[in-house]
Every structure is written in structure tokens, then in C-alpha cells.
Design a protein around this ligand. Structure first.
Ligand code: GTP
Ligand code: MG
Length: 687
């Protein structure tokens, strides 16, 4: 076999590796994992996504939707070394799992295809890798249905990467079909075999020149960071093969190039070459630990990549052990000072776990019942709490749904289920609205929320129903009024008597509510006044239009009492009556929340954003280029909350899935006319 089989590092093993498979939606990551597992003998036969037989999508929700919805781990062995591959979801909505895993991997394989529409997504993913300094290969997949030159494809994909995409293989065409490839570093030609290693063949004449040219291009790019190689190229000296492999490995590790390999995951084409490139060129855990700033020493140090709860109760923390050893009985501490004892180490293969003895540095394994550990946590075995190696901040949520247990008896199970749900996926947040008792799950998109409610049912055994969350409408008044509120009841012995006169006045937007006591001469005794205010506040929870009333002042200016029949209760009722009778005459008006929205999108979609925002009663505040993002814009606008509800769906469809936004409350604005009438009517109908 060729030089590459020993590799630039000879036979020295770098220990167990952890490699992420990432890339745009549906590019073939799960299929590639399957091909890798079949090629390395971890599975007997390569499963397919369509038949629902892959390890990567073995989770219930992934199977159901035929797409990955969480990171899946599978450990295998290749040429004597332990490798854990992490199949990450491609959908932007599930990108959080990828972001939690990336910091601890040695390298990523970015699986992509020659599809122009997926370039913005590719850019987004490469961006994460660039920002986190992760060495990365591109695996140009689906080469079996390539309909353009690979060189054209590279040109198409290049704008998504800040570093050069370095073509390492060129295809061998047989008519319209790619039948094999030439490895430009090995200088060998291979013919693809379905589900078997490619076969070395003689390089044919017409490919010799193409190879020469492409190889020169590859070397030229490498030489940009290697003066010696540049000199050799200029002087027409053929660089030694070892030198080329060394440069490939070095420049990958320094993240100044991104090598591109070709293949077809469904046929297992190009998979062995990919594995060999990973073996010889990707860094090992020692380098990864160094990148993360792990202190040298004997302590076990690990990062939690994912947390999940099995139906049978156990919490699993998938960790990458970056240094030291850990097994049953090892005590690990979080940066917060909580400690937990490892009581079970498992090797992962999709949904399947296999108990195993102690783990050594570099391995990716699952620990059970580390109750205090969260995804993203640094764990260490020392006496002192470790410093956190990383901080992964989830993306801000963009879509919400209100949820309710389908059966009342499950209400008590909801709280713990939400805790587990958000522990598993930190890009979901659960918000309890104290005002209307609504429970709202916030997430990254429609599918994300759908999977969240499926998970509540499947994993945590609480079936839920969902509906759009209510909008934070309010109402206020436009006209001042003075209103009497009188409560008098004579029933049998003890009666009830309370009598107040309220001066009700509008206040400027954002003032909230003010209560004033302007009683003179004790016409309402002091001790009843708090009860009047309580009654007023109670009535303001539900104004004449059906919403909480804000931005008004209520002054208690007059009233009367009865020495026997007056009570707190009677004055509370009187205060309430004053408001209930007064407000309808004060020209109530609906208020709707307006948020400031900041949309980010590729520049070609900016005009579409303009139209989307205008169509949703948005007021554009300005456009700008997105800082640090070539080819992207930022659009700022003010927009009613009711229109933000499903805004993300439209934004995503106008941006090939990559547009997003953040928003924050700005002000309440009066809403009149037909839209207001409809909202008020809907509210009445719901009551
Ligand atoms: N023709 C062809 N189709 C492929 C290849 N690899 C994957 N596919 C198909 O592409 C589709 C998506 O494959 P997956 O493996 O689920 O892709 P993925 O990247 O894991 O998808 P997500 O995880 O949902 O982003 C499936 O229908 C695969 O059969 C390939 O090499 N050639
Ligand atoms: Mg997948």
C-alpha cells in the first residue's frame, strides 16, 4: 500500500479520536456514518435512512421524520484505533446539538453536496467551525449523481469558507458518471466498488495531465504557507511525498486549509480514503485538550457533549475525556463545585449502550447518573472545582408554542418533564406566564417544537396538546372620568356597605398604574383604603375589551361608610364596581406590544425581507451589512408581536433556511380599526 498508510506520523497512534459529521440539511451525514460503521465492521450491513435502519437516526423522532434531530454517537475501531463519530443534525433548527459537541472534537467532516441552495447553510456551519477553531475536511458527497465538474462545485462552495477548499482528489469520469478518483497526494488512481474498498488502477493517459494540473494547484495552495515548498514548485522540483502529507496534515491542523475528499455515502465510495485521512491527518486528543486549555496533570478532565434521559429513568451524560482516566467510582466536579461519582461507563452505538470498564484519555463515552452535570460542563477529578473550558450560549429562540398536558392527571408530571427536556436541549426554553397561566415552549423552529412535544410524549410519557401562544395585548383608556362605585347589600342580619368615588385618568404610555388616596375628612376610613386599591387592581386585570388595563391613574377622591356594615370586603367590591362601571365610558382602546426585530440574512434575500416585514405591519428602521459576515445583511424593524409569531417560517423560506432574527420588546402601541375589532371579538369568543 502507499505512503499514506503509514502516514506522516509513522505508526504512532494518537489515541482515541472524536470526529463530528456535520453539514447542511440532508447532505448525507447519517448515511456516511452508516458507511463508516459498515466499513469498520461495527455493523454487519450498511443501513439506510429511507428504510429506517441507520444507527445515526435510531432515535424515535429521527426515524419518524427521516431526518436527524439530535447528535448521535457511535464508537468504532479503525486500524487498531478507537474512533467515536458524532452524527450531527443538519437542520438549522437542531444546530444546538452540533454546537455543544464541536468544542471537544478533534476534527469535523463537513458533508456537503453540489447544491447551490445549500451554500448559505454550509457557510453557517463552516462559520461555527472557524469560530471554534476546529480542523475540518469537506466530504463532497453524492458524487454518484454529480452533474457538474468538481472544479465548478468547489468554486460554488468556496465563498462559504474563509480558508481555501483544497481539492485532494479529482474524479475519473466514465461518460457522464464518476467511476473513481485520483488521489492527488498519493498520486494513485482508484475505481469505486460498491460497498467495498476502491481498487487501485493504472492512471490513464487522459487523466495524467488533469492530475498534474490539479496536483500543482493543490501544492500551490499548500505552498502559500510553506516557503520551502514554494521554492520547490518555482524550481520545478517534485516535492517528496512525505513532505506533501506533512503539509496537508499541518495545514489542516492549523486550520489554514480545508481539504476536500470525494465520495458517495450510499455506496460507501470514498469512505476508506476519508478514514485514512482522518487517521493520519486529524489531530489527536492531546492537541484538542491543548486547544481547549486543559491543564496538564493527572486529573481526569472531561467535557459534557450531550445529556439525555432514557425512558427507564437513567440520566446519561455523553462526555469526551480529554485527559486522565475515569471509571466507576471516579468523583468528578463541575465548575460550580457540585460533585458526582461515576457509576457506570458506557460505549455508545446510537441508542444502544454497552457497559465497559474505565475510560482513558481521548475516549467518548457515556456516564450514568451524573445528576449535577449539564451539557457544556467541564468535569474534573481534582480537589478543586475546575475552570470552565468553554461557554456555549444557545441561540436565542425564535418560535413559541403553548403546551398543555392532554390529560389533567399528567399536570404534575409536566414540571419534571420540562426540566429533562431543556436539560437535553438547551436551545429550548420553557416560560410560565403567571398572568394567564400559559406554559410556553420557545425553540428554534416548527420542527424543533414539534419534536419537543413528541419527546414529551415518547420519552417523558406526558402527551401534550399545543396551540399558538397568546399575544401580550393590553388595553388603556383615552378619556378621564369620575365614577362612583357603590356596594350595598342588606341580607338578613349583617349587611355590606362600601361607597367610593374614583377619578380615573389616562397616563402616558409605559406608565403602568398609579393609585392615589385623596380622601379628606375621613369620609372613607384609612383602614379601608388598601381594600379599595385591591378591588381596583382586581378589576384592572380584565378590562372592558377583555385585556389587562394599563397606563392609567385611579384616585380615590370621595366616598362614605357605615359603622356596622362596612368592611374590607365591601370596599374591595366597591372599588371593583367603580372600575367596571367607569372604564367602558373612558374610551377604552387596545394596546399591542411592538418589538424591535433584527433580522440577519444573506444579502440576496434582503429585498425579500423588506417585503415580508411590510406585509406584517413592520416598520423598517434600517439596513446594514452584517458585521464580520461577508455577503450578509442586517435589517432592523419594529413589528407587532402578533406578526412575529410565525415570522421565522417566512424568513427561513426566503433564505434557504439560514435567515434568523432576535427581538426585544420596545413599546405598546394603540391598535384600532378592523384588526383591533377582530382581536377583541376573538377574545370574547374565547371567554
Ligand atoms: N445519491 C446519493 N444519495 C445519498 C448519498 N448519501 C445520502 N444520500 C441520500 O440523501 C438523503 C439524506 O441522507 P441522510 O444521510 O439522512 O442525510 P443527513 O445529512 O444525515 O440529513 P440530516 O441529518 O437530516 O441533515 C437520503 O435520502 C440518502 O439516501 C449519496 O452518496 N448519494
Ligand atoms: Mg442525519
Amino acid at each position: 500500500m502507499g505512503q499514506n498508510d503509514n502516514g506522516p506520523n509513522g505508526t504512532r497512534s494518537l489515541g482515541p479520536r472524536c470526529i463530528a459529521l456535520v453539514g447542511p440539511f440532508q447532505s448525507g451525514k447519517t448515511t456516511l456514518l452508516e458507511a463508516i460503521l459498515a466499513r469498520t465492521g461495527a455493523v454487519q450491513r450498511q443501513g439506510t435512512v429511507d428504510a429506517g435502519t441507520t444507527i445515526g437516526d435510531s432515535g424515535q423522532e429521527a426515524r419518524h421524520h427521516k431526518m436527524s434531530v439530535e447528535a448521535t454517537f457511535a464508537t468504532t475501531n479503525f486500524m487498531g484505533d478507537n474512533y467515536t463519530f458524532v452524527d450531527c443534525p443538519g437542520s438549522i433548527e437542531f444546530i444546538q446539538d452540533m454546537r455543544s459537541v464541536l468544542p471537544a472534537v478533534d476534527a469535523a467532516v463537513v458533508v456537503c453536496e453540489a447544491d447551490e441552495k445549500k451554500v448559505p447553510q454550509l457557510q453557517l456551519i463552516l462559520r461555527e467551525l472557524e469560530d471554534q477553531n476546529i480542523p475540518r475536511f469537506v466530504f463532497l458527497n453524492k458524487i454518484d449523481k454529480a452533474d457538474k465538474r468538481v472544479r465548478e462545485t468547489i468554486a460554488l462552495l468556496q465563498p462559504a469558507s474563509r480558508v481555501p477548499l483544497l481539492l485532494r482528489q479529482i474524479p475519473i469520469w466514465n461518460g457522464d458518471i464518476i467511476s473513481g478518483f485520483v488521489d492527488l497526494a498519493l498520486e494513485r488512481a482508484f475505481v469505486y466498488k460498491e460497498h467495498a474498498p476502491s481498487e487501485i488502477v493504472e492512471l490513464k493517459d487522459d487523466n495524467v495531465d488533469r492530475k498534474k494540473e490539479a496536483r500543482f494547484k493543490m501544492l500551490e495552495t499548500l505552498a502559500d504557507h510553506d516557503d520551502q515548498l514554494m521554492e520547490q514548485l518555482l524550481e520545478d522540483i517534485e516535492p517528496p511525498r512525505d513532505k506533501v502529507f506533512d503539509d496537508l496534515a499541518k495545514e489542516l491542523r492549523e486550520r489554514i486549509v480545508c481539504p476536500v475528499l470525494l465520495g458517495a455515502a450510499t455506496r460507501s465510495n470514498g469512505v476508506l480514503r476519508l478514514l485514512k485521512a482522518l487517521r493520519h491527518e486529524s489531530p489527536g486528543h492531546a492537541e484538542t485538550a491543548q486547544r481547549l486549555g486543559v491543564k496538564a496533570g493527572n486529573d481526569a478532565t472531561a467535557l459534557v457533549l450531550k445529556t439525555f434521559h432514557t425512558t427507564h429513568g437513567g440520566k446519561m451524560s455523553v462526555v469526551r475525556l480529554l485527559a486522565g482516566q475515569a471509571g466507576d467510582g471516579t468523583t468528578l466536579m463541575t465548575p460550580g463545585g457540585d460533585s458526582a461519582r461515576v457509576s457506570g461507563v458506557f460505549k455508545l452505538m446510537g441508542q444502544h449502550f454497552e457497559k465497559r470498564p474505565q475510560a482513558t484519555a481521548g475516549e467518548t463515552i457515556a456516564f450514568v447518573k451524573l445528576d449535577s452535570a449539564k451539557t457544556g460542563d467541564t468535569l474534573a477529578s481534582g480537589k478543586q472545582p475546575p475552570a470552565a473550558l468553554i461557554q456555549v450560549k444557545p441561540f436565542a429562540p425564535v418560535l413559541a408554542t403553548a403546551v398543555q398536558a392532554k390529560e389533567r392527571k399528567d399536570d404534575v408530571k409536566l414540571g419534571p418533564a420540562f426540566t429533562k427536556l431543556t436539560e437535553e436541549d438547551p436551545s429550548l426554553t420553557v416560560v410560565h406566564n403567571a398572568e394567564n397561566h400559559e406554559v410556553v415552549i420557545w425553540g428554534q423552529g416548527e420542527m424543533h417544537l414539534r419534536v419537543a412535544s413528541e419527546r414529551l410524549a415518547d420519552r417523558f410519557l406526558v402527551p401534550v396538546s399545543t396551540r399558538p401562544p397568546s399575544v401580550g395585548y393590553r388595553e388603556t383608556i383615552r378619556k378621564p372620568i369620575t365614577q362612583r362605585g357603590r356596594h350595598k347589600k342588606q341580607s338578613g342580619g349583617h349587611g355590606q356597605f362600601g361607597d367610593v368615588v374614583l377619578e380615573i385618568k389616562p397616563l402616558p404610555r409605559g406608565s403602568g398604574f398609579k393609585f392615589e388616596d385623596r380622601i379628606t375628612g375621613g369620609v372613607v376610613p384609612r383602614n379601608y383604603i388598601p381594600a379599595v386599591e385591591e378591588g381596583v387592581l382586581d378589576a384592572l386585570k380584565h378590562g372592558p375589551l377583555g385585556f389587562p388595563v394599563v397606563d392609567l391613574s385611579v384616585a380615590l377622591i370621595d366616598g362614605s361608610y357605615h359603622t356596622v356594615d362596612s368592611s374590607d370586603q365591601a370596599f374591595r367590591t366597591a372599588g371593583r364596581i367603580g372600575i367596571v362601571e367607569g372604564l367602558p365610558q373612558s374610551q377604552p382602546v387596545l394596546l399591542e406590544p411592538i418589538h424591535e426585530v433584527e433580522i440577519v440574512c444573506p444579502t440576496e434575500a434582503t429585498a425579500k425581507m423588506n417585503a415580508i416585514l411590510s406585509g406584517r405591519r413592520g416598520q423598517i428602521l434600517g439596513f446594514d451589512t452584517r458585521e464580520g459576515w461577508d455577503g450578509w445583511d442586517t435589517v432592523r424593524a419594529q413589528m407587532p408581536e402578533s406578526e412575529i409569531g410565525d415570522l421565522i417560517i417566512e424568513v427561513r423560506s426566503a433564505t434557504a433556511g439560514v435567515g434568523s432574527f432576535i427581538f426585544k420588546f420596545d413599546h405598546m402601541a394603540e391598535l384600532t380599526g378592523r384588526t383591533a375589532d377582530q382581536i377583541i371579538a376573538a377574545r370574547r369568543a374565547a371567554e
